[in-house]
Design a protein around this ligand. Structure first.
Ligand code: GCU
Length: 619
C-alpha cells in the first residue's frame, strides 16, 4: 500500500508549495520555503478561521499530493458556430476571450487566480483542446495575449499552459509537413517554443488532443503517439515544460452494426504498447473512465497499465453529462471513489498514488486535470452550488483522501456568511447549523440522485445527441460514436467479457479482470457496463434489473423534489439573488428529472413488457 498522500504525513519536508502552521509563543506562524507556499498557508488560515488562533494547536504540515493540479479551459477565442465561446461551458462566456480577442479588462482573471490559489489549483490551460484556426495563432502571433493572462495568474502560483494544434507548423505556413520525425518540423517547434519562453518564462507546456475526433496527429504520417508527444517534449525540455498528451483516442466513425469494436478498449489498445517510449516530460492525460465522463463508469484500465509513463487523470468539472450546471450534482464523491480505487486490489496502491507518482517502481506522477466549469457568470459557475465542484477538484488534487462531505463543509463555511465560517458552525440549532445541514442534505448525495433518475447501472449515454442535455434513450444507438446500450425485448447492456464479449475485462489486472468478468461478482452499479443481461436478472439486493430501473427513476425524482423544497426553506439564510437563481434552476432540474424518469421507464416498459411491480403510472 502506498503511503498517506497529500497534507501532513510523517515526512518533515515542507516542499515547494507546502507550508507549516504552528503556534509559537502565543502567535500563529505560517512557514514556507516559497511565496506560493506562504499563500497556500494563508488560505489555510482563512479556512480555519478563529480556530487558527486558539491556545493550543499542534504544528501541521501540509503539502500537495500531486505536483500538477490543472484546469483545462475548453474556451474558444472565436465564438465557435456550434460549440459557442466555451465548448461544454454552462456558465456564460469565457473569462479570457471575447468575440475573437483577449478581453480588455482582465480584472476577473486576476480574481480567478486568487480563487484558484484558494482551492489549490496551480495550472490552467487557456484554450480548448479542439484547436481551431484562430486558437492555433496563440502559439505565435497572439502569444502576447497568453502572456497577459500569465501575468495576471503568476502572483497566485498558477502557470499557464496552451492547447496546441499538432499540425500547427503546416497551418501556420512554417513547414510543408507536420511529420514528427522531420528535421524541419523539429526545428520549427524548437524555435517557436523558445519564443514562447521568451514571452512567458514560467510557461507550463502544451496540451494536445491528437488523432482524436478529427484533430490532426502523428498517424497521418505513419507515426505513433510517442513520436508525436516526444517531438513537443523535446522542444519543451530545455525550459522545464511538459506535454499533456491526451489518451482520449478512439474511432468516432465506427459502424454501429459491428459489435466487436468496443470504444472502451481503444485508449488501452492505442497507448499501452507505447509504455516506456515517452520522454519524461510527457504526461499521458487519461479520462477517469474508459468512455467519456459518464455519471457511472469503471476506472480506466489505462491508469494501471503504463508503469513507465507519467499518467495524469482527467476529470470533468464542467457538468456536460451531469446536468450542465442546471442540476445540482456534487461530483466530489464520484471523484473520491475514482482516486481511491485500487486497480491491483486492496493491498495495492490506488489511482491517487499513480497520479502522485507514489507507486514503487512507477513513473513520476502526472497529477490531476479537470475540465473547467467556470465562465463569466457572476457566480463563476452558472449554478451557484456548482462552485463546490471547482473547490472540491482543487482540494482533492491537493489531498486525494479527503472526505467529500468535509470538503463540502469547508466550502459552505467559506461561501455562505450565514453558515458562520468554518470555526463556529452555529451549533445544531442555530441558523448556521440549519443552513449547513440543509446544504449537506441537498448536495452530499446529489450525484447519486442524478444517477438514479438518468442512466441505469453504468450503461452510459442515453442523452440527446450533440448537446448532451436531457434524455434520448436511443439517441446514440444507431450512430458511429460507439456508445450503445443494446436494449432489445429480452435484455440490455454491453457484453465486455472475455468469454463472450469484447474482451475489455481483460484490460484490468486481477482481481478486477475476474470481478468484472463474473456476472455474479460484478458490482451492480456497473452491471450493464460489463454484461448484457435479461430484464429479469436479479441484482445483489434481490431486485430485478427492470424493477431496479423503475424504482430508481421514481426515487431519483422524489429526491430532487425534496431537495427543491429544502432549498426553498433557506430563503433568508442565503442571500436573495443566489437563492432565487437556485430556486429557478431547481424547477428546471425537476422538470428534466421527470422527463428522464418517464422516458427511461416508458422505454423499458415498452421493450420488455414487464409491468412495474408496484403499479405506478408509467406513460
Ligand atoms: C467529449 C465532449 C467534447 C470534447 C471531448 C474531448 O466528447 O463532448 O466536446 O471535445 O469530449 O474530451 O476531447
Amino acid at each position: 500500500m502506498g503511503p498517506v498522500i497529500g497534507t501532513a504525513g510523517g515526512d518533515e519536508r515542507i516542499g515547494d508549495e507546502g507550508y507549516v502552521v504552528a503556534r509559537h509563543e502565543g502567535v500563529t506562524v505560517v512557514l514556507a520555503d516559497s511565496a506560493t507556499g506562504l499563500l497556500y498557508g494563508l488560505f489555510h488560515l482563512v479556512r480555519l478561521g478563529e480556530e487558527a488562533f486558539g491556545a493550543a494547536r499542534p504544528a501541521e504540515h501540509h503539502r500537495p499530493a500531486a505536483r500538477l493540479r490543472m484546469l483545462d479551459h475548453w474556451d474558444n477565442v472565436d465564438v465557435h458556430p456550434v460549440m459557442g465561446q466555451v465548448e461544454r461551458g454552462y456558465a456564460g462566456g469565457s473569462i479570457f476571450w471575447r468575440d475573437g480577442a483577449l478581453r480588455d479588462d482582465l480584472t476577473r482573471v486576476r480574481a480567478y487566480g486568487r480563487l484558484l490559489a484558494a482551492c489549490g489549483v496551480n495550472a490552467v490551460t487557456v484554450n480548448n483542446v479542439n484547436v481551431h484556426a484562430t486558437e492555433t495563432l496563440l502559439l505565435t502571433d497572439r502569444l502576447r495575449d497568453v502572456a497577459a493572462i500569465a501575468d495576471r495568474l503568476r502572483p497566485y502560483g498558477v502557470r499557464v499552459h496552451l492547447s496546441v494544434n499538432f499540425a500547427a507548423p503546416v497551418a501556420l505556413g512554417g513547414t510543408a509537413t507536420a511529420d514528427p520525425l522531420d528535421e524541419d518540423v523539429r526545428a520549427w517547434w524548437a524555435a517557436v517554443t523558445a519564443r514562447v519562453y521568451e514571452a512567458i518564462p514560467d510557461f507550463g507546456g502544451y496540451v494536445v488532443k491528437a488523432d482524436s475526433e478529427g484533430q490532426p496527429g502523428p498517424h497521418a504520417y505513419g507515426r505513433d503517439h510517442a513520436d508525436g508527444a516526444n517531438l513537443l517534449a523535446e522542444a519543451l525540455a530545455p525550459f522545464g515544460g511538459v506535454v499533456h498528451w491526451r489518451a482520449f483516442v478512439y474511432n468516432h466513425r465506427q459502424d454501429w452494426r459491428d459489435r466487436s469494436t468496443d470504444r472502451a478498449r481503444a485508449a488501452y489498445d492505442h497507448f499501452t504498447p507505447l509504455d516506456g517510449r515517452f520522454r519524461d516530460n510527457v504526461i499521458l492525460q487519461v479520462k477517469h473512465g474508459p468512455i467519456d465522463f459518464q455519471v457511472r463508469e469503471p476506472v480506466s484500465p489505462v491508469i494501471a497499465a503504463m508503469p513507465r509513463t507519467r499518467v495524469a487523470v482527467e476529470l470533468q468539472v464542467t457538468q456536460e453529462y451531469t446536468g450542465q450546471q442546471r442540476h445540482v450534482c456534487y461530483l466530489a464523491p464520484m471523484w473520491s471513489e475514482v482516486l481511491g480505487f485500487r486497480p491491483w486490489g486492496p493491498a495495492g496502491p490506488g489511482v491517487a498514488h499513480v497520479v502522485a507518482g507514489d507507486v514503487a517502481d512507477g513513473a513520476a506522477g502526472g497529477g490531476l486535470v479537470g475540465v473547467s466549469n467556470v465562465g463569466d457568470d457572476p457566480y463563476w459557475t452558472g449554478h451557484p452550488l456548482a462552485q463546490a465542484n471547482l473547490y472540491a477538484f482543487g482540494r482533492l488534487a491537493w489531498a486525494p483522501s479527503s472526505d467529500p462531505a468535509a470538503i463540502l463543509d469547508e466550502w459552505i463555511g467559506l461561501t455562505f456568511p450565514a453558515a458562520g465560517g468554518n470555526d463556529a458552525t452555529g451549533g445544531d440549532d442555530g441558523d448556521g447549523g440549519r443552513l449547513r445541514e440543509a446544504l449537506h442534505e441537498i448536495m452530499d448525495d446529489s450525484c447519486g440522485t442524478y444517477e438514479r433518475y438518468t442512466v441505469p447501472l453504468g450503461v452510459g449515454f442515453m442523452v440527446r445527441p450533440g448537446h448532451h442535455y436531457g434524455p434520448d434513450v436511443d439517441g446514440y444507438e444507431y450512430t458511429p460514436w460507439g456508445t450503445y446500450h443494446f436494449a432489445d425485448r429480452d435484455g440490455v447492456g454491453v457484453d465486455r467479457t472475455r468469454a463472450t464479449g469484447t474482451g475489455f475485462t481483460g484490460q484490468y489486472p486481477p482481481p478486477w479482470s475476474e470481478v468484472y468478468e463474473s456476472l455474479a461478482r460484478c458490482p451492480d452499479e456497473l452491471l450493464l457496463f460489463f454484461h448484457h443481461v435479461p430484464y429479469g436478472h436479479v441484482l445483489h439486493d434481490g431486485t430485478t434489473v427492470i424493477q431496479h430501473i423503475y424504482d430508481t427513476h421514481f426515487a431519483g425524482v422524489e429526491e430532487v423534489d425534496r431537495a427543491r423544497l429544502r432549498w426553498a426553506e433557506l430563503a433568508g439564510l442565503v442571500p436573495d439573488a443566489p437563492h432565487a437563481r437556485v430556486r429557478e434552476l431547481f424547477a428546471e432540474q425537476l422538470r428534466c428529472a421527470e422527463e428522464w424518469r418517464d422516458q427511461v421507464n416508458a422505454y423499458f416498459l415498452r421493450k420488455s413488457g414487464v409491468p412495474d411491480a408496484r403499479g405506478r403510472r408509467i406513460p
